[in-house]
Each structure stands twice: as C-alpha cells, then as structure tokens.
Design a protein around this ligand. Structure first.
Ligand SMILES: [Zn+2]
Length: 241
C-alpha cells in the first residue's frame, strides 16, 4: 500500500516535470514561430552595422565589385530595342540551388532561360557573395517581373543567388549597396524599391509571386523586408550628396 502511494507520488512528479518541459518547448517554438523580426535581427547582428562614414557614390559602386557581361544587342533577351527610364528597382532571388552568378550570365548569353513577352528572360544584375554581374544596360527594359506590366516596363531587375555554399549575408549586403548606388544614379526613392511580389502577374494564381522568398513572411513583405529596406536606406545615407 505504502509502496503504491510512493509510486503514485513519483509518477505525479514526473508528469508535472513533463508538463513543465512541454510548456517550455511550446514557449520556445512559439517564439520561433513569431520570429520574422528575430530572423532579421540575427542577420543584422551577424552583418554588423552599416558604416556612417560619408563616401563618394563612386566608392560605394566600387565596393560591390561590378563586372559587365552584356548579352549582345539584338540577341535573345535584348532581341528588341526597348528603352527605359527606370523608376523602380525590383529585388528577386534565383531559387536555384546550383547556378552561381556566372552560370546565370552564361545562360542569358545562350538564350537558355525562356519566357515572358519576347520568349527570353533577362534582368539587369545578378548578385552573389563576392561579385555583381550586369547583363544589360539600365536604360533598357528587362523581362523578369510581370510580362507587359510596370515591373518590366519601368524597373531595374536584381537577382540574388541562392546556390549552395553562397554566403547569403554577404549577398544581401552587396545587394543593399548595389540598390543604394542605383537609387543615387537614377534618382529612385526608397519607396520604389520593391520585391518581385509587388508586381502582380495576372496569368498566375496567386498573381503575386513569393519572391524573394527569404525576405518575405508567408509570401508577403513584412518585418524581414522592412529590415532589408532599412539596410538599403543606411547604405544610401553613406553617399555624400
Ligand atoms: Zn522574382
């Protein structure tokens, strides 16, 4: 009888401990579940603060290590002459686990990426951890956002690489610097720096693409996108006007 009572007491204690552990686990996962801003704050901590030292615009452009590898005029994505005065900057990510920036440049040169109005996809810049490659002039329309919509007609398209081994923090840092430089040279306000999500594609369901997916929350701009925009703003503030 005594033994049974002792056993019951021990069992009760274990159940209490187990419930306490479950509660802790629930709290932890609960925190992780709401962690869009914590994702941004851990990235911010890892990337470190943006310098507040003023520099000429050309120096910021030099920091991004820009290389040009233009698709020849009249070929593939540049088949038609479509002039553009850019009013927006559209941020994408490749969602390609294997291709780096050079692979994407080669694919555009071969006309290997099909789609859009002209039959060939093209955008202006591809960014990876150590380099930015420009594929076409910024005063020509690309084919990266929304068929005949304003995303293609008026925006500079930037793709961030996601291949395995690519440092995403360095890639986002380089993208923020590139975006700030483009804002400066083309007089584009921060309110016109948008994710691909911003441009609906009426042929698709859902029309608004989850792109760049790692900067969105549940497929929509939220705390993480706002953090990226704040990085761009801080890079832009470095430029001595
Ligand atoms: Zn996209």
């Amino acid at each position: 009888m005594l033994l049974t009572r002792v056993l019951r007491a021990v069992l009760r204690q274990r159940v209490v401990k187990l419930l306490a552990l479950c509660g802790l686990a629930y709290l932890l996962t609960g925190c992780a579940g709401t962690g869009s801003s914590s994702r941004a704050s851990s990235w911010e901590a890892a990337m470190g603060p943006v310098s507040t030292h003023r520099i000429p615009a050309a120096q910021l452009t030099r920091e991004i290590n820009l290389r040009q590898s233009f698709v020849p005029k009249g070929r593939y994505g540049r088949k038609y002459n479509r002039p553009m005065t850019p009013r927006y900057i559209t941020i994408h990510s490749t969602q390609n686990p294997t291709g780096d920036a050079w692979d994407h440049a080669k694919a555009l040169h071969r006309g290997a990426l099909r789609g859009g109005r002209t039959g060939y996809l093209i955008w202006h810049f591809t960014v990876q951890e150590d380099v930015v490659i420009q594929h076409m002039p910024t005063n020509e329309q690309g084919e990266h956002a929304d068929f005949d919509g304003p995303g293609n007609n008026y925006s500079i398209g930037i793709e961030m690489c996601e291949h395995r081994g690519n440092d995403m923090l360095r890639t986002m840092d380089r993208t923020a610097k590139l975006t700030a430089s483009l804002m400066y040279y083309h007089h584009i306000p921060i309110s016109n720096v948008v994710p691909h999500y911003h441009w609906p594609r009426y042929k698709y369901d859902p029309p608004n693409k989850n792109c760049p997916h790692f900067l969105l929350e549940n497929g929509k701009p939220g705390a993480t996108w706002n953090w990226f925009i704040s990085r761009v703003q801080r890079e832009y503030a470095r430029i001595a006007q």
